[in-house]
Design a protein around this ligand. Structure first.
Ligand SMILES: N[C@@H](CCC(=O)N[C@@H](CS)C(=O)NCC(=O)O)C(=O)O
Length: 332
C-alpha cells in the first residue's frame, strides 16, 4: 500500500498517534531526523479501533512500515527498527559499547522519566484546568461536542477520574514521584552541562528520548522553576530549535493561558523541602531488555470508586496554589 505523506512524497511509514503524546513525539522526531517519508494517523484514545487489528501492544506510538509490512509499538524498539532498516542518518552510535549505552538510556528513560513526567503533567492539568482533558481526548467525539465550553466542564470529572486511576495520580506523594524524578534529573543536568549529549559527546536517539520525554514537565512548576534544572530545560529548548521541533505543545499554551487569566498556579509541593536533599539513585536497576509501563487497566467500577480519588487530587493534593510567575526558559 502506498500513501501520500504530509511532505508530498510517497509514505513508507504510517504512524498511529495521539497528538500530544511525548512518546509519539519521540518517534516523530526520529522519523524527521532520518528524513523518512511518513504520515500520521490520529487515533481515538478511548476506542483505539484504528489499531485493534494489529498484533502488538496497543500503545502509541505504533508504526506500520508499508514497504516491509512490519507493524510494531513501543518507541525505543521502533527507533531501533528504523535505524537498522534505514541506516542513513543513523540515530544509534556505530560503536557497540556506545550503542548499548544509548539503548540502555532509552529504555531507562522510557521506564522512569516518561512515566513520571506523564503522571505529573496530567496531575498539573487536573489540578489547574481539567477542562483541557476533553479537548485532548475527545476533540472529534460527537462532532466535537465535548470540546465546547460547558460540555468540557461536564466531561472533565469523568475523564479526570479515569485517568487518575489509570495512572495513579492520587498516589503521587506515596509513590515519591516528585522525589524520584528530581533525583534522576539532577545528575542528568550535570552530565549535559559537562558533555553536551548523553552518549559519546554526540547527538543520538538517547538525546531525542530525553528531550521528548521531558515535555510534560514544562507545565510542572516544581521542575521548570527548579534552579538546578534550568540548564536541562535550556538544553532541551536548544535541541528543539536546532531540530525544528515544536517549541510548545498546544496543551502548554492552554495551561499558560489559564494561568495568565487566573494569575494563579499550583506550584509548591508542600511535602518537599529544599534543604532536605534528594534521595540518591532512583533507578539502580540492572540493564533492561524492554521498557516498563505503568498503565492500569480500566474497569467498569472505576468511575464509581474513582471519583473520590479525583476530587482528592483536584483539591487536596498538597501542591499549593500560589501567585503565577511566568517562567522564561532561557536557552543556553
Ligand atoms: N513504552 C511505551 C509507552 C507508550 C505509552 O504508554 N503511550 C501512551 C500514550 S503517552 C498510550 O499509548 N496510552 C494508551 C492508553 O493509556 O491506553 C513507548 O515507549 O512507546
Amino acid at each position: 500500500m502506498v500513501v501520500r505523506s504530509h511532505k508530498g512524497g510517497w509514505a513508507m511509514i504510517e504512524l498511529y498517534k495521539l497528538q500530544w503524546s511525548h512518546y509519539v513525539e519521540k518517534v516523530r522526531w526520529a522519523l524527521d531526523f532520518k528524513k523518512l517519508d511518513w504520515r500520521g494517523i490520529d487515533v481515538v484514545a478511548f476506542t483505539k479501533k484504528e489499531i485493534r487489528h494489529f498484533d502488538c501492544a496497543q500503545t502509541f506510538p505504533l508504526i506500520r512500515d508499508t514497504r516491509t509490512g512490519v507493524t510494531m509499538s513501543d518507541s525505543s524498539p521502533i527507533i531501533r527498527y528504523l535505524d537498522e532498516t534505514y541506516p542513513r542518518h543513523a540515530l544509534l552510535p556505530a560503536d557497540p559499547v556506545e550503542r548499548e549505552a544509548a539503548w540502555q538510556w532509552m529504555l531507562r528513560l522510557d521506564s522512569t522519566l516518561g512515566l513520571h513526567a506523564r503522571r505529573l503533567g496530567y496531575t498539573q492539568i487536573i489540578m489547574e484546568c481539567p477542562t483541557i482533558l476533553a479537548q485532548l481526548f475527545m476533540p472529534n467525539v460527537c462532532g466535537g461536542l465535548f470540546a465546547r465550553r460547558g460540555w468540557r466542564a461536564l466531561a472533565a470529572p469523568v475523564l479526570g477520574t479515569l485517568l487518575t486511576l489509570r495512572f495513579r495520580f492520587h498516589r503521587n506523594r506515596e509513590d515519591g514521584v516528585y522525589e524520584a524524578l528530581e533525583a534522576q534529573l539532577l545528575p542528568i543536568a550535570a552530565q549535559l552541562e559537562r558533555d553536551g549529549f548523553l552518549v559519546g559527546g554526540r547527538f543520538s536517539a538517547a538525546d531525542i528520548t530525553l528531550a521528548s520525554l521531558l515535555r510534560p514537565l514544562r507545565i510542572v512548576p516544581h521542575f521548570v522553576q527548579h534552579p538546578r534544572l534550568q540548564s536541562l530545560f535550556a538544553w532541551q529548548e536548544r535541541l528543539f530549535r536546532e531540530h525544528g521541533r515544536e517549541a510548545a505543545f498546544p496543551y502548554e499554551a492552554m495551561v499558560r493561558a489559564k494561568r495568565e487569566r487566573s494569575r494563579r498556579w499550583r506550584a509548591r509541593v508542600s511535602w518537599m523541602h529544599a534543604d532536605r536533599g534528594v534521595a540518591s539513585a532512583v533507578d539502580g536497576a540492572a540493564d533492561r531488555q524492554v521498557a516498563q509501563n505503568d498503565i492500569h487497566p480500566n474497569s467498569r467500577w472505576m468511575l464509581l470508586f474513582g471519583l473520590p480519588a479525583y476530587l482528592k487530587l483536584r483539591w487536596f493534593s498538597g501542591v499549593a496554589r500560589e501567585r503565577y510567575m511566568s517562567v522564561v526558559l532561557v536557552a543556553g
